[in-house]
Design a protein around this ligand. Sequence first.
Ligand SMILES: [Zn+2]
Length: 64
Amino acid sequence: MNTRVLEVNCPTCMKKVVWSEASPWRPFCSQRCKLIDFGDWASERNTIPAEAPLLDDEDDDNPR
Ligand SMILES: [Zn+2]
């Protein structure tokens, strides 16, 4: 029996990636694709609006 080679598809560019130590970025084909994927969900999270919108609350500095 020969060594089994498992191949997966890079989630970013769908390129075939050999699942072995030769592919440190698996399941991605490269660090670039890994960063692209990571950046995707990271930017999605960043689009979540801030919890508390800036409200013009009572002004404590209001001189009376
Ligand atoms: Zn890729």
